[in-house]
Ligand binder design. Structure first.
Ligand SMILES: [Fe+2]
Ligand SMILES: [Fe+2]
Length: 155
């Protein structure tokens, strides 16, 4: 992002709240990874029994809805907090860019999750979970670097 602006948040409590939510999202994503026994081995689902495979598939589907809800809730909280600290026009432009980035993330997450459920339905749940985990981690990492990291500073 060009022309980054540091948003100064005047309340440690609010910074902590945003941070807590980021940690919670990360934990939620890592929990999904831990569902799969083969997450790190890069093997497919052939070593798991049918019951286990069905369980992982169900877990992926429920992750789909729960994670989208959590991200939407976080975005709402984050935007409400940042919105309270806009001091000048530059901050406001930055805020609009940040909001647009959030909108793009929601669309991208939906697309990735639908893709993952599709891959899982073809019996490749391990691959679906790995790919989803990797892509979401990447999206969140870039977003943090471009936007969220810049309002940690407390005035
Ligand atoms: Fe965030
Ligand atoms: Fe953000």
């Amino acid at each position: 992002m060009q022309g980054q602006v540091r948003i100064k948040i005047h309340s440690a409590g609010e910074v902590e709240r945003i941070e807590r939510e980021h940690v919670r999202l990360e934990r939620f994503l890592n929990d999904l990874g831990e569902t799969c026994r083969e997450f790190s081995s890069k093997q497919d689902c052939s070593g798991c029994e049918r019951g286990t495979q069905a369980c992982c598939q169900g877990r992926l589907t429920s992750f789909f809805y729960d994670f989208l809800d959590l991200v939407a809730e976080h975005i709402e909280n984050e935007e409400a907090i940042i919105g309270r600290y806009l001091a000048n026009a530059d901050d406001s432009r930055y805020f609009k860019q940040h909001q647009e980035a959030h909108g793009l993330i929601m669309g991208e997450l939906r697309r990735l999750m639908e893709e993952a459920v599709g891959i899982s339905k073809h019996g490749q749940t391990a691959e679906a979970i790995r790919r989803l985990h990797q892509k979401i981690s990447h999206i969140f990492g870039s977003h943090a670097r471009d936007y969220d990291d810049h309002f940690r500073e407390i005035a």
